[in-house]
Structures are given as C-alpha cells and as structure tokens.
Design a protein around this ligand. Structure first.
Ligand code: ATP
Length: 216
C-alpha cells in the first residue's frame, strides 16, 4: 500500500497524577512554542453538546444520558460505570477510538516546534508509549497532590485519595518516564526544568525524519 508522507513532528506524552501540575507545566511549554494537545479537553468536547461521540453514546446507553442541551450527563455516566465494569468497557469502546482520532488530527495540524500530548492516564491507558518519542512525568509527593486538589476543588482528603487510588502510583509513573519534572516547591522552580527539557525536545525535533502517515 502506498504511504503518504506527512511532515514529521516530535511528540512528548506529558502525564502525572491528579494535582501534580500537568496544566501548569504544559502552559510553560506552550509559551516556549510547543503545541499542547490536551486529551481531557478533547474528551470533553466529544461528549459536550453536539459532540461527535454523543450520537453513538446515546444509541448505546439511551437518551436519558443526555442533558437538556444534548451534552453527556457525566455524573450519571460515572455512577453507571463505577458499579458496572461492562458498561465501562462499552463506554470506552465508543470514546477511546474517537479521542485517539481527534487527538491525532489536532496534532497533525498543530503549528508548534513539537507536540506535547497532555494525557493524565498515559501510564494506565496503554498504547501511548508507542505513539510518543518521550514520556514526561510531572512528579510531586502524594501529600502535595492532596493539598493542592483540596484547595483547588474544595474536596475532602478522602475524596482526593479515592481518585488517586484509581490512578497509577507515583512509582509506576516514574518507571514509565523518560523525563521527570519535579513540582514539589514553588512555581519558580519549574521554569529552569522546563527550559532544559524544551531545549532537549527542540534538538530532537530538528533531527526528526519525515514519517509515514501510518504512524498517525
Ligand atoms: P489535574 O490532574 O486535576 O488536571 P494538574 O496535574 O493539571 O491537575 P494543575 O492544575 O497544574 O495540576 O495544578 C493543580 C493545582 O495546584 C492548581 O491550582 C495549581 O495552580 C497548583 N499548583 C501546581 N503547581 C504548583 C506549585 N509549584 N506551587 C503552587 N501551586 C501549584
């Protein structure tokens, strides 16, 4: 089969547990010229009013899973899949391929020096390792994750811990990472780490050969 040649882009998968500072770090890369493709935002838009996944979701789960605007009733869906692993599989069978296609489409038109995919559950999801050149973990102690998310979202400690229990451990993320940014102190400690990695990624991006579209 003929392979269409596309312009290459160097890509990084940015991950980290809840509240570790993924968005904060992504913003620092963005101002330096990286394109950020946020898989959470993409998932949200697919399941928002008029979202591309909504017809398939409503066909599978019923019209009662849409709110008045036609957006997914997230709380209701969360409740369903929490108690029913088979419903979770059905949900993911609809969402994952669409998230993946929309993510890759966004990356293909991104104009930055290289692409950073922000993927909270990169380690948990599988398949991402092969799609990115580097995995970057944002790391901080669990006590700080809890404190930050409690402050930001007004959650109780137990609620944050319950979310963390569904995510990979700090050690698992570190084991999967090529690069690590430590976010356990003030924001001023982030810029030098971001700067160093940005230079590294630019150097990699410059050496990147043209790649076949099949990889997309
Ligand atoms: P989520 O997984 O919930 O999307 P995240 O990993 O993207 O979170 P951020 O939203 O970047 O994390 O950070 C979580 C909260 O902690 C935010 O309110 C952010 O402003 C704050 N924060 C992050 N890093 C620091 C820091 N070094 N010092 C002070 N506050 C910080």
């Amino acid at each position: 089969m003929e392979q269409v040649q596309h312009a290459a882009y160097f890509s990084v998968g940015l991950t980290g547990g809840i509240g570790c500072g993924k968005s904060t770090v992504a913003d620092l890369f963005a101002v330096r010229g990286a394109s950020i493709v946020d898989t959470d935002l993409i998932a949200h838009s697919l399941t928002g009013a008029g979202g591309a996944a909504m017809p398939a979701l409503l066909a599978e789960f019923g019209a009662a899973f849409a709110d008045a605007d036609g957006a997914l009733e997230r709380a209701k869906m969360r409740k369903l899949v929490f108690g029913d692993p088979r419903a979770k599989v059905r949900l993911e069978a609809i969402l994952h391929p669409r998230i993946r296609a929309a993510t890759m489409a966004a990356a293909a038109v991104a104009g930055g020096s290289y692409v950073i995919f922000a993927v909270p559950l990169l380690v948990e999801s599988g398949g991402w390792r092969e799609r990115v050149e580097r995995v970057l973990a944002i790391d901080c102690p669990e006590s700080l994750q809890i404190a930050r998310v409690m402050a930001r979202n007004g959650l109780q400690q137990e609620q944050v811990q319950a979310i963390m229990a569904t995510q990979a451990t700090r050690a698992q993320r570190l084991a999967a990472a090529d690069d690590v940014i430590v976010n356990d102190a003030g924001l001023e400690r982030l810029a030098p780490q971001v700067e160093r990695l940005h230079r590294l990624y630019l150097a990699f991006a410059e050496r990147m050969p043209t790649i076949p579209s099949q990889r997309l």
